[in-house]
Design a protein around this ligand. Structure first.
Ligand SMILES: Nc1nc2c([nH]c(=O)n2[C@@H]2O[C@H](COP(=O)(O)OP(=O)(O)OP(=O)(O)O)[C@@H](O)[C@H]2O)c(=O)[nH]1
Ligand SMILES: [Mg+2]
Length: 131
């Protein structure tokens, strides 16, 4: 694995009433049509927490106020190897909206998602179901 090209990504598992938020990747983005946890690439000079708050604000218009690091997952795609850091977001301000044209779904961790999640997320979903 080429770790020199590791891309750091943060993603939020945003909880409400026992469900978490899934979004799809809109046309124009790499891997459009796949579903994921909202988030994105960490910028230089940013902490992971700052990156998470920025991405959730850019993509959904919300401000996370209570979140905890959960686990990481390294996955090699053809174009890049990503190191995903997942956070449980328990409390946030604002109502999530798909500001980049994403569709939103609140999913139960105990039911099959019935939408195609990014390959790197499959193991994460399976672990969520066991929490
Ligand atoms: N946000 C997010 N990205 C994921 C997940 N799983 C996963 O493999 N990725 C990968 O992580 C990488 C970065 O995510 P991103 O495209 O959201 O980055 P970004 O918001 O900064 O987008 P941009 O590059 O268009 O500005 C992509 O290669 C994406 O495929 C996930 O659950 N959430
Ligand atoms: Mg993103």
């Amino acid at each position: 694995m080429n770790t020199a090209k590791l891309t750091d990504v943060v993603a939020g598992i945003i909880w409400r009433d026992g469900r978490f938020l899934a979004v799809d990747r809109p046309e124009g983005k790499a891997m459009a049509g796949w579903w994921e946890f909202p988030g994105g690439k960490v910028n230089e000079g940013e902490t992971y927490g700052q990156a998470l708050a920025r991405e959730l604000h850019e993509e959904l218009g919300i401000t996370p106020t209570e979140f905890d690091y959960w686990r990481e997952k390294v996955h090699a795609y053809e174009h890049a190897t990503v190191r995903l850091r997942f956070y449980h977001v328990r409390v946030f301000l604002g109502e999530p909206r798909g500001l980049e044209g994403q569709r939103l779904k609140w999913l139960s961790p105990h039911e099959p998602p019935n939408v195609p999640f990014l390959p790197a997320d499959e193991e994460v979903l399976a672990q969520l179901a066991r929490l």
